[in-house]
Write a protein that binds this ligand. Structure first.
Ligand code: NAP
Length: 359
C-alpha cells in the first residue's frame, strides 16, 4: 500500500466536500493500492489533528478539539511523524497562505491547489516557485484552477508538451457569468435581477463584482497562457469590466447591491441591438500568434457551441494546428463544490501515480 497524508488548509465549500469525498472513496483507493488519509484539517485560525486521519465526525471534532496554530508549528509536527508522502491541499482563496508554499515544499510537502493565487503571481515569482519545486523534487498540481473539475489545464499542458501548436483558446471560463448571460439572453428580466438570481443560487463570489469585473476570467486566461510557456502577467490581459467606475469604487457590497440597477439600462440597450439569432456571451480569448489576451462581451450566434451554452456550464474551445478550424471542445459544470472537490481528489490520485517513480 502506498500511504499518502493530506494536510488540508481550508474547510469551506470545497474543503469540506473534499473531506467527505476522501472518506467515502476509501474502498476505491484501496483497490488502487492507495491509503489516503487527512490527519490535519485547518481553517484560517484553527487546526484539528488526528494522526490516523479524520472520520465522518470531523466537523464536530474540529469544533470541540481544534486548537489555534501557526503554519510553522504544523510543519514541525508533520516532520516528527516521518510520513512518507505528505501533500498540502490549498482549498483557501488566500494570497497570504500562498506565502507558505516555498517553506512547505522545502520541508517535504507536495502541493495541490484549488486556489489560483500562486499561478497568477508576477511571472518572476511564478518561475521562482517552479525552481523551488524542481530543486526539492516536489509536485504542484492545480487542475481545478480553470474549469473546476473539467480537465482543461491537463489537456492544454499535454497538447503543448507533445509538440502540438495551440493557436487559440476561447470560451466561457466562468460558471457564474455563463449563468448570468445564458439567463439574461433567454429571459425577459432586468440584468440586476439575473445577477441577484445567480447570487441566490450560490454561483457568484460573495461580492459579485469579482465576477462582473472580469478579474477571475483574466486569472484563468493567464494560467492557461502560462501552461503554453508564455511569459505574460495579469496586466497583459485586456479586460472589459462590466462594472462601471462609479459602482467599482463603492467599498460596501450591500451598497453596491442597492445600486446594481444602474447596470440595467445599458444591458437592455445591448440586448435590443441583438438580432433574433444572437445572444450575449462574456468570454476569455487567447490568440497566441497575435499575442492577444482578452476578456470581453461578444455577440454569438445561437447555433454556435458558445451561443448554445445552457445553465452554468463553462466551455473551452482549444484551436491547434492538428485540429484545424474545428476546435477541441471541453464543456460542463465549471463551478460548484462537488465537481471542484472531485477535481482535487483526482489531482491526489495523479500525484500518487507520479510519486511512484520520482518521489
Ligand atoms: N467553489 C467553486 O466552485 C470553486 C471552483 C474552482 C476553484 N475554487 C477555489 O477553491 C478555493 C476554495 O473555495 P471555497 O468556495 O471552498 O471557499 P470558502 O468556502 O470561502 O472557504 C475558504 C476556506 O479557506 C480558509 N482559509 C482562509 N484563509 C486561510 C489561511 N490563511 N489558512 C488556512 N485556511 C484559510 C477559510 O477559513 P476561515 O473560515 O477561517 O476564513 C475557509 O475554511 C478558492 O480558491 C476558490 O477560488 C472554487
Amino acid at each position: 500500500m502506498k500511504k499518502i497524508q493530506l494536510i488540508l488548509f481550508g474547510i469551506g465549500n470545497v474543503g469540506s466536500t473534499f473531506i467527505n469525498q476522501i472518506i467515502q472513496a476509501q474502498k476505491v483507493f484501496q483497490q488502487q493500492g492507495l491509503e489516503i488519509e487527512i490527519p490535519i484539517i485547518l481553517n484560517s485560525s484553527t487546526a484539528f489533528i488526528k494522526d490516523e486521519g479524520v472520520d465522518e465526525n470531523w466537523k464536530a471534532n474540529f469544533v470541540d478539539f481544534g486548537l489555534p496554530y501557526q503554519v510553522e508549528e504544523i510543519i514541525d509536527y508533520v516532520k516528527t511523524k516521518n510520513w512518507q508522502h505528505v501533500v498540502a491541499i490549498d482549498a483557501t482563496a488566500s494570497s497570504e497562505f500562498v506565502n507558505n508554499y516555498t517553506n512547505l515544499v522545502e520541508n517535504g510537502f507536495h502541493i495541490i491547489a484549488a486556489n489560483k493565487v500562486a499561478n497568477t503571481l508576477a511571472y518572476d515569482d511564478y518561475e521562482f516557485f517552479r525552481e523551488i519545486l524542481k530543486e526539492n523534487k516536489k509536485q504542484f498540481l492545480y487542475e481545478t484552477n480553470v474549469g473546476a473539475g473539467l480537465p482543461v489545464v491537463e489537456t492544454i499542458k499535454n497538447l503543448h508538451q507533445s509538440g502540438e501548436k495551440v493557436t487559440k483558446i476561447r470560451g466561457v471560463f466562468s460558471g457564474s457569468l455563463s449563468y448570468i448571460f445564458n439567463t439574461f439572453s433567454e429571459e425577459n428580466k432586468n440584468f440586476s435581477d439575473v445577477v441577484a438570481l445567480a447570487e441566490a443560487k450560490g454561483f457568484t463570489e460573495p461580492d459579485p463584482r469579482v465576477d462582473l469585473s472580469g478579474t477571475d476570467v483574466a486569472r484563468k486566461l493567464l494560467i492557461l497562457a502560462r501552461e503554453l510557456q508564455l511569459t505574460y502577467n495579469l496586466e497583459d490581459v485586456k479586460v472589459k469590466s462590466l462594472v462601471p467606475a462609479h459602482l467599482a469604487e463603492i467599498s460596501s457590497v450591500t451598497t453596491f447591491q442597492e445600486n446594481i440597477t444602474d447596470l440595467d439600462e445599458e444591458f437592455q440597450l445591448l440586448k435590443a441591438e441583438l438580432s433574433e439569432n444572437e445572444v450575449l456571451r462574456y468570454i476569455g480569448e487567447l490568440d497566441v500568434e497575435k499575442k492577444i489576451l482578452e476578456v470581453k462581451l461578444v455577440k454569438e450566434q445561437k447555433e454556435n457551441p458558445l451561443g448554445a451554452l445552457q445553465g452554468a456550464d463553462s466551455l473551452f474551445e482549444i484551436y491547434t494546428e492538428s485540429y484545424g478550424n474545428q476546435p477541441l471542445v471541453i464543456q460542463g459544470a465549471g463551478a460548484g463544490a462537488a465537481v471542484t472537490a472531485r477535481g482535487v481528489v483526482s489531482d491526489v490520485i495523479k500525484l500518487a501515480e507520479r510519486i511512484d517513480c520520482c518521489n
